[in-house]
Design a protein around this ligand. Structure first.
Ligand code: ATP
Ligand code: MG
Length: 831
């Protein structure tokens, strides 16, 4: 295949024209003009401030349109970057779909809108500028041309301010009109010393001119060369009708160039036809010769239907072409640049360039080991930066990449042939799905390195104390373990059902104990000590909404996916109908408190299902609230349900010490006194084993950090633990409580006392007030009036230390703590 068939690698150089105007800031040199030189074709375009330009957009989207307002060199970067400031225009396709109706009419084919939005980044790198474009501003009374083919000139009549379409402000309109008249905005110019005479500058097209063209009755395209190139590109997308089509389309990959003697330049040929009054249909069979020269000259026969028959192809590097900026050329140039710089999507944003390169790097790294993926990315890069009409070129030029996956190739073509809907232009766009591999499932990469063994005693202690580490045993929970085990085992053996309600304050080992029970039972089932059973676990904390629990249970039981309502129906059918299932199902519902709904239907169902004869369902419900079933279902129902209850008491200091010691088994990392101290501190506050373990872990870190380099690893001392405890209890809430007034602290104390009394974590204002009065009496203090206490309650509520009902202000106002009880106790003790 001759070399000219491959897509030209258009490398461009950008150089300032003239001297810098002023050094406004230290780092900025301002210029009026820039010269864009196309290295391979030796063409150059001069672009001045005030001109309208096309700016590279995503690979498969139309270029953005902007007006240059400033050209400058950003010396704050190294090496200094050539930048431009622009006023953006948006196409109709860039307006959010939901707002397009605001236009109230069909947009004209080439209509654009002045982008009246100050919040958008208006600086771009000059490398993202494709070339000049002609924009015509229309007054409100002027008619927009509706011609689909007039792609070369864009029309602006309205502005878009992200909320509405508005008429152009008079000053903007007059400024734009003035610009149209200025020479630099007449027609995109390219120049070359040897080919100036060959330029065919199209006259500026106005709507009036357009009307005249329409009136001539031919309906002939206003920009014949454009029409032709469009036709050609469409043709190249068609399936392999013509055996020579590949060659032909590759030949048309070059823009039309100046005429050569004896050959008709396409645009001028069509102009001639038009002048002669010949409609396309008349000359459909008439063929003419097209000479395309960049990067090499190829001569092809072309008829107006768009079928191109290559006559001869030869490289004539001596010929210096003139480039006419047809939209086709611009499209090619965009893609050529993208292929060269590999900076597609929203490339004109500096930040997006950086982000993009990072994403690419990560994508590549993720798939580094996967050769197929590597290939895919490479081919995606190619296909990304390739237009429909270049697909065939690529087939020839990059065969190894494109042919490996014909499916992808056809998919890409399908996608490319779809009209692309664009999202608003000045916000980051979603990349089309082109580069997503077909098996793109988020995965964690395999670990290449083995997990390193802990290198010091402290490090090992830290690992063992981590709350996620599964301990070998659960000291101090032997009784609870045995009770739960017996309960479930008996139900499984009998083939009956039942429900156990397990409650207790946080960190008392509820979840850990039940998990251990289930692990042992599953082992027993494997050794046929108990009949096989199905085990399903759901956690209220992991659900977005209480009714989702049905969906989760159904999916885990049957693998079926259903809506919440449908899942509830199916589960009710399974557990409440007479047909007895083969196996017992054990359902663990952790964090049951979070399944609270207004109608309490979720909790009710969970407790009700096991009561049905033949359900063979064992429910283990774990919650923090002791009397949740009573509160949900009232006593009569709860007694019918016949719940078995179990309460996990907070750990005492000796139990906490035992837990820490058993975790550290044979590892001397702590001083004995230190463990004693932390156990006592935590037991006094909450008896929460989780907190105790956290404090110990932090203390090992503090100990390690305080060690001087070269010192032998020491033991964690009381001082380290005190520091960890202080850190652990230094939240803003604790500081706020420490700084509360005596009255407020008294009220908080009363809340804790009431919670302890009732075993609940919610109380009415009246109950708390009674406690408050009682506490004041005990301490011999004068007690506040009810309205004073209500004011205190509101203040604590407004600080978010309390959660109070906003809608009421009476005795039945319900109050909760927004801080953990042990934080409140700690702060009150410190105060
Ligand atoms: P919550 O109500 O917040 O869910 P919980 O009662 O379910 O708390 P767990 O998650 O079971 O508490 O335990 C918290 C942490 O304390 C876990 O890391 C667990 O391993 C540890 N833990 C609790 N009790 C013991 C124990 N007896 N022995 C060893 N570790 C324990
Ligand atoms: Mg738990």
């Amino acid at each position: 295949m001759p070399s000219y068939v491959t897509r030209p690698k258009t490398r461009k150089t950008f150089s300032w024209v003239g001297r810098s105007l002023l050094d406004r800031k230290q780092y900025y040199q301002i210029y009026k003009e820039i010269c864009v030189k196309n290295n391979d074709c030796s063409t150059e375009i001069h672009i001045k401030v005030g001109q309208f330009v096309l700016i590279k957009a995503n690979c498969n989207t139309k270029p953005y349109i902007a007006k240059l307002t400033e050209l400058f060199e950003d010396g704050s970067q190294f090496p200094p970057k050539k930048c431009a400031r622009v006023q953006w225009f948006v196409r109709f396709s860039e307006i959010p779909i939901s707002k397009r109706h605001l236009l109230g009419r069909k947009p004209a084919a080439q209509e654009i809108f002045w982008y009246d939005y100050s919040g958008c980044d208006n600086s771009v790198y000059v490398e993202t500028i494709i070339g000049p474009v002609q924009v015509v501003a229309l007054a409100p009374d002027e008619v927009l041309p509706m011609d689909q083919n007039s792609e070369e000139t864009l029309f602006v009549k309205l502005s878009w301010n992200t909320k509405n379409f508005e008429p152009l402000p008079p000053e903007v309109l007059s400024a734009l009109k003035k610009l149209e008249d200025s020479p630099e905005c007449q027609k995109p110019k390219s120049r070359h010393s040897t080919s100036r005479s060959c330029q065919t500058p199209a006259p500026p097209v106005s709507p009036n001119a357009k009307k005249l063209l329409e009136l001539d009755g031919l309906g002939f395209p206003r920009k014949p060369n454009m029409r032709l190139s469009q036709k050609i590109s469409c043709d190249s997308l068609e399936p392999q009708k013509n055996s020579k089509r590949k060659t032909a389309s590759s030949e048309t990959a070059s823009p039309p160039k100046r005429s050569q003697p004896g050959e008709i330049k396409t645009s001028s040929a069509l102009k001639t036809l038009r002048k002669n009054g010949q409609a396309p249909s008349i000359c459909a069979k008439q063929s003419m010769t097209l000479r395309a020269q960049c990067p090499a000259e190829v001569t092809a026969k072309i008829n107006v239907e768009g079928t191109i028959v290559p006559v001869r192809g030869r490289v004539r590097s001596s010929v210096v072409p003139t480039v006419i900026l047809t939209p086709e050329y611009i499209r090619r140039e965009t893609k050529g640049q993208e292929a060269h710089s590999c900076s597609s999507h929203r490339v004109h944003r500096r930040s997006s360039l950086v982000t993009l390169s990072r994403i690419r790097k990560q994508l590549w790294l993720l798939d580094k080991s996967d050769h197929e993926e590597e290939d895919f990315i490479s081919s995606a890069e190619v296909s990304d930066c390739t237009s429909e009409d270049e697909d065939e070129d690529q087939d020839d030029s990059v065969p190894s990449l494109r042919r490996r996956n014909p499916q992808r190739q056809s998919r890409n073509r399908r996608m490319a042939s779809k009209p692309s809907l664009q999202i608003p232009s000045k916000t980051p766009k979603k990349t089309p799905n082109r580069r997503t591999p077909h098996h793109a499932t988020p995965q964690i990469r395999d670990r290449n390195l083995a997990i390193q063994e802990p290198t010091s005693t402290l490090e090992e202690a830290r690992l063992r104390l981590h709350v996620s580490a599964v301990p070998d045993s659960l000291p101090c929970r032997e009784q609870e373990f045995q009770d739960i085990y017996n309960f479930v085992e008996s139900k499984v053996l009998d083939g009956t059902g039942g429900c156990m309600y397990i409650s207790g304050v946080p960190g008392t080992g509820k979840t850990a104990t039940v998990h251990e029970v289930m692990r042992c039972l599953q082992q027993a089932a494997q050794t046929n000590d108990v009949p096989p059973f199905e085990y399903v676990e759901v956690n209220g904390m992991k659900l977005t909404e209480p009714h989702q629990v049905y969906v989760q249970i159904l999916q885990k039981l049957t693998g079926q996916k259903a809506t919440a309502n449908h899942a509830a129906e199916l589960l009710a059918k399974r557990f409440c109908s007479q047909g007895s299932p083969q196996e017992t199902t054990v359902l663990l519902v952790d964090e049951l408190d979070l399944l609270w709904t207004q109608k309490q239907d979720v909790m009710y169902n969970l407790f009700d299902w096991p009561t049905h004869k033949g359900a063979r369902l064992v429910v283990l419900a774990i919650a923090n609230t002791m009397d949740l079933p009573e509160r949900i279902m009232m006593n009569r129902v709860s007694s019918r349900l016949g719940l078995t209850r179990m309460s996990f008491q907070p750990y005492s200091h000796s139990q906490l010490k035992q837990i820490v010691v058993s975790r550290l088994k044979h590892l001397k990392a702590f001083e004995d006194d230190a463990i004693q101290l932390v156990a006592r501190k935590v037991a006094a506050l909450s008896g929460d084993a989780r907190r105790c373990l956290d404090i110990c872990r932090r203390a090992t870190e503090i100990c390690e950090l305080s060690r001087q380099p070269g010192d032998s690893p020491g033991l964690v001392t009381v001082a380290h633990l005190m520091e960890a405890i202080d850190e652990m209890f230094s939240s803003p809430y604790i500081t706020a409580i420490k700084n509360c007034s005596l009255l407020e602290q008294g009220f908080l104390r009363a809340i804790i006392a009431e919670f302890h009394r009732s075993g609940l974590e919610e109380a009415t204002f009246q109950q708390i007030y009674s406690q408050h009065v009682a506490l004041c009496r005990i301490e011999g203090l004068p007690y506040p009036t009810m309205s004073e206490t209500m004011a205190v309650c509101s203040r604590l509520g407004s600080c978010r230390l309390l959660l109070v009902e906003s809608s009421r202000n009476d005795l039945l106002l319900r109050v909760r703590l927004n801080v953990s009880q042990d934080d409140v106790l700690y702060a009150l003790k410190e105060a």
